[in-house]
Write a protein that binds this ligand. Structure first.
Ligand code: 13P
Length: 290
């Protein structure tokens, strides 16, 4: 038997396939700085849940990819659960390559705003670069509606097409596929209309794990239905930064002027941790770390 160590790409693909067969999803939480980063990792450790911890393009630009990469690498080294530091929604190949070079085990290259041909042309070389270095790659087909730090989409033409999904996966070699099926980034106006039938069709047509974006505001029942019908990773962002900022506001009000940073941030971290724990349960990922 070979003693070769499995790459992050191999390990995390195996994890997502296990999620598929055991009927849970690996949650993916967006962080903005060290305090929500800690809240997410602590919740996942506490609940023995595998977890993606994601920085979007704005975070890596404002904090710096070297620092984000170093913090992620240190967290991964000390984690006792599968902890997957992930670059979320990058539409720039050079940022994806920089993430790979700075120790991210997982990146998303998102060219879904472009026609299929361009989406393939942009994603394929990023996947090749990442795969040569053992890194997992997520691509996207269809569009995620709404406004978020990753961008804004208001059109009606959002629904992922099955034939396009098949071609995209085949020609890019992506390891996971985000699908536009009606979910939106940010809070929903009214109830989300999720196209579960399309999700199921895509799930039958491609073999790679599928990703649901826009978790905030989707009910527990609908997240679980999505998991039953093929979703293996669930992205949650807005509710994390809103919980964070609302807790900051409440703590500042409580403590008044000249409050000490850590007196404010330690309870904020606890509030975010509680929200993360709720989502881990919704994804049925608690106790699934191996
Ligand atoms: P929400 O902000 O709607 O939870 O979506 C997050 C997301 O999909 C990040 O990729």
């Amino acid at each position: 038997m070979s003693n070769r160590v499995a790459s992050p790409r191999e390990r995390f693909t195996e994890l997502l396939l296990r999620a598929d067969s055991e009927g849970f999803a690996v949650p993916a939480f967006n962080y903005s700085d060290i305090w929500d980063f800690l809240a997410i990792t602590e919740a996942a450790e506490q609940m023995r849940s595998p977890v993606f911890i994601s920085s979007n393009q704005r975070v890596v630009t404002d904090i710096g990819i070297e620092l984000c990469g170093a913090i992620g690498a240190a967290a991964i080294r000390r984690a006792s659960i599968p902890l997957i530091h992930h670059l979320d929604h990058s539409n720039r190949a050079e940022i994806c390559r920089a993430a790979v070079d700075n120790g991210y085990p997982s990146v998303m290259i998102d060219a879904s705003s472009r026609p299929l041909e361009d989406n393939i042309t942009i994603v394929a070389p990023v996947a090749e670069y990442a795969h040569e270095r053992g890194v997992l790659v997520e691509g996207e087909i269809g569009r995620i509606k709404g406004a978020g730090v990753e961008g804004m989409y208001t059109g009606e033409d959002f629904l992922a097409q099955v034939d396009e999904a098949v071609r995209f996966v085949h020609e890019t070699g992506v390891d996971t596929l985000a699908v536009g099926i009606g979910t939106a980034h940010g809070f929903y106006q009214g109830k989300p209309e999720i196209h579960f039938d399309r999700l199921e069709e895509i799930n039958h047509a491609v073999s790679v794990p599928l990703v649901l974006h826009g978790g905030t505001g989707v009910s527990e029942e609908e997240i679980r239905q999505a998991i039953r019908r093929g979703i293996n990773k669930v992205n949650v962002g807005t509710i994390i930064h809103c919980t964070y900022m609302n807790a900051v506001r409440a703590e500042l009000q409580r403590r008044g002027e000249n409050a000490y940073t850590l007196d404010v941030m330690v309870p904020v971290r606890a509030a975010v941790r509680e929200e993360v724990e709720k989502w881990i349960r919704v994804c049925m990922a608690d106790g699934k770390a191996r």
